[in-house]
Write a protein of this length. Sequence first.
Length: 176
Amino acid sequence: MRQFSDKTGRLWTIELTIGNVVRVRKRDPRFDLLDPVKDINGTPLQVVLTTDPAEFYELLWLLCEPQLEAAGIGPVQFGESLTAENIIKAQIAFVGEWTDFFRCLHRDDAAMAVETQMKLVAAATRMLTNRVAKIDKTKVMTTIEGRLESEFSKQFGRLQESLDAIQEDSPGANSN
């Protein structure tokens, strides 16, 4: 059993029991937590749940639904109580719980698949963060502003040419 908090500090529990897994699967067949490599529109479930915060939120709602109903909290209110940081912490708690669940089922293959996916996401995030940190933001902005200025000048030139052509073609434009 793992916990995470929302932005108000309320604690929520993620507990994967076979009953919860079956209940979630019955409510939404996409979330068959017994099959982490289940195809979801061409992507394995474990990838979807570790890379798509909106999809993960839908699963999180289903996992926490009994607690939320007991607290009188609906899906919109729950979603609004979760910041990006809260979702990431809930995702980490979920992956830990999911991995433990598979180990208890003696499904080390599934546990390793889920753990490996989370490690890949972490490594990709680190690599991306390092690359973004190396970007010369001043140079990027100078390049963008230069290209915008060039495009604006080109478009303004075309507009001016059109206006000049209209004035030349209008009656009385060449009257002497």
